[in-house]
Design a protein around this ligand. Structure first.
Ligand SMILES: NC(=O)c1ccc[n+]([C@@H]2O[C@H](COP(=O)([O-])OP(=O)(O)OC[C@H]3O[C@@H](n4cnc5c(N)ncnc54)[C@H](O)[C@@H]3O)[C@@H](O)[C@H]2O)c1
Length: 328
């Protein structure tokens, strides 16, 4: 049963900072080499990693990190020029024979099928499928901008679904174990005002990936696992104001986010909720609990941003974080 956010006794309307004082999570710095110290059946030398949206940001960092762990790397992206450059960087780590560069628009099923055929023709298997391509395009409000909504859903939801439906039927018939990592977003869980189309697309990815994980577990021989990767604020092409801009102190680098993700998938986690230098894990958890609490407490939708509930939410967070900070 869902634990109720402890708000019933709260009557104080005293304001408190939305983000309680916090000295930072500290960056996550496992050495990527150490991730490969013990033999993992999937993230392992000689196995195959497929990464979409690999020309930039998180996908780019994932291609480099998995190459350092000596996997063969197949990368796809709609941006052909940048993808070629990433292909060269990956080849410098694993050698040209171990890189496959396939310009692909994930929203186009025929291109995804052709990408998959190339990977299986070349290497005959997939161990890690990182279903990561996404766009942060600003959609309209909830009652406007239908075209932008469709564009966002075509990439962020149907792109993920195209890749999943094309690769998973082959992966489940492989002898070796595999994993599929779909990239969601905290915005798909807590639904902050601002970009409803992006939020809705990522909420759908969460739902889709939960169903996928369950369905895979029901198979008599569950050799493929699914994971929902929920990055924190990561300095990438999507979040930068201009190309080459410096990383804001609150954000993690793409490398940090990827190393954290790899650490958690290796541990078998399904929900990989990644912190950043501004939002620690416990604060994310409180926000998620508050959001679920809107339903059970019969509060208005998105009460966290509603004038009448703002102070209560802030107090809920302050109380929740007090114990945590005591442990620091
Ligand atoms: N950066 C963050 O703070 C953050 C937070 C939460 C979730 N995410 C998610 O992480 C994923 C990676 O984003 P990023 O931050 O690295 O952004 P990014 O813009 O740096 O990288 C996204 C890549 O996807 C590619 N892409 C876009 N449309 C495509 C298509 N139709 N087919 C193939 N490739 C396509 C882009 O060309 C780009 O190279 C996205 O799904 C994004 O929604 C990012």
């Amino acid at each position: 049963m869902l634990e109720r956010p402890a708000i019933s006794n709260h009557t104080s309307r005293n304001g408190s900072p939305l983000r309680p004082p916090y000295s930072g999570t500290g960056s996550f710095k496992p050495n990527s080499a150490s991730l490969g110290d013990d033999v993992h059946p999937i993230i392992n030398e000689g196995r195959v990693a497929v990464i979409t949206g690999a020309a930039s940001g998180i996908g780019h960092a994932a291609a480099l990190e998995l190459a350092k762990l000596k996997l063969k790397i197949a990368i796809a992206d709609i941006d052909e020029r940048k993808l070629e450059q990433v292909g060269k960087q990956v080849a410098a780590i694993v050698g040209e024979a171990n890189v496959l560069v396939v310009p692909t628009d994930v929203s186009k099923i025929d291109q995804v099928v052709s990408f998959k055929d190339k990977v299986y023709e070349q290497w005959g298997e997939v161990a890690v499928l990182m279903n990561n391509a996404g766009i942060g395009l600003k959609g309209g409000s909830s009652w406007e901008g239908l075209n932008a909504w469709k564009t966002i859903f075509d990439v962020n939801l149907f792109g993920i679904l195209n890749v999943q439906q094309t690769f998973v039927p082959s992966m489940i018939h492989q002898e070796n174990q595999g994993m599929i990592i779909n990239t969601g977003s905290k915005q798909g869980i807590t639904n902050p005002p601002g970009n409803p189309a992006y939020n809705a697309s990522k909420a759908a990815v969460k739902s889709l990936t939960e169903s996928l994980a369950h369905e895979l577990r029901q198979r008599p021989d569950p050799n493929v696992t699914a994971h929902l990767f929920i990055p924190g604020w990561t300095h990438t092409g999507m979040t930068s104001t201009s190309s080459g801009s410096a990383k804001p102190p609150g954000a993690w680098s793409a490398e940090e986010t990827v190393l954290y993700m790899l650490d958690k998938v290796r541990a078998g986690d399904f929900y990989i909720l990644v912190p950043d230098n501004e939002t620690r894990k416990e604060l994310d958890e409180l926000r998620i609990m508050w959001s679920a609490g809107d339903i059970v407490e019969r509060r208005p939708a998105l009460s966290r941003w509603e004038r009448g509930y703002k102070a209560l939410f802030e107090e809920y967070v302050r109380d929740g974080m007090a114990g945590v900070q005591g442990r620091d």
